[in-house]
Design a protein. Sequence first.
Length: 323
Amino acid sequence: MSELVTGEAVALELRPARLPSRALAVLLDLVVAVAVYVAVTIAIVVSTASLDEAAQTALSIATFVLVLVGGPIAVETLSHGRSLGKVACGLRVVRDDGGPIRFRHALVRGLIGVIEILMTFGVVACIASFVSARGRRLGDVFAGTLVVRERIPVARTGFVPPPPPWLAGRFSGLDLSAVPDGLWLAVRQYLTRMQQLDPQVGWSMAERLASDLADRTGVPVPQGVPPAAYLAAVVHERQSREARRAFGSGSASSTPSAAEAAPAANAASVTETPSAAGAGSAAYGPPVVPPGAAVESSDGARPEQSHEVPAGDRPGTGFVPPA
């Protein structure tokens, strides 16, 4: 990944093209250019058969310059850095600041390309691309350009498990503005891969991430809450806030959004099937019995469930909402 800074001081993360994709794009462009050159040469030879040898030689040189040199320059200028080979390979030529190239950039790249691609059969271009940190050939260095990838394969994002229902809405008062994007990315990557980690390693990573997240929010992790469950609940709270900002707060006041309705639906399903609560809690650490969950007796009879629990019977968490 290459970070480019525009004239407005905006950092752009672009993915430079690798040598194999660039070589394939150049090969496709050369095949098309040579085919056009051969067709034009045959047409000129047929039409100028009555001319002397000097005139035919001059026309041959002019055809070579116009088709094999001027053609790629015109195509890159008109298409803003997207030749036929680059379009097929998903590449594009841009300036060092990330903007589209102009005629002078395409002219410098084309003239130097005659030497490092046509006359040396691409040897100089390959060596320069290997030496350059961003895979640039000499034409790119002198023109101030870079070949980047336009089509980036989309990676499959892992599933972030939802928090336990008894933690839904517990962190609605947290100030998440000081949490950097890098920490959010680390927390999300941990939540998507925590089932693949060793239990002890996963627990220590969750404690470290929860401590960093608590330091950024200014509120300690509530007592009795597994660190992984705390991370999932805070991430869910952030996603809920983003959903409310995206869809507006006017409709959210009258009708609950999908992000707000999901915790309620999960809580209802857990109230009906207590075994699901134990399975969900096991994903984050030691099983924790949520408040108000029904416990079956030894004879199999289920006592009547209560959806509301008095405040005095709820377990203390040590969580203090910010002022």
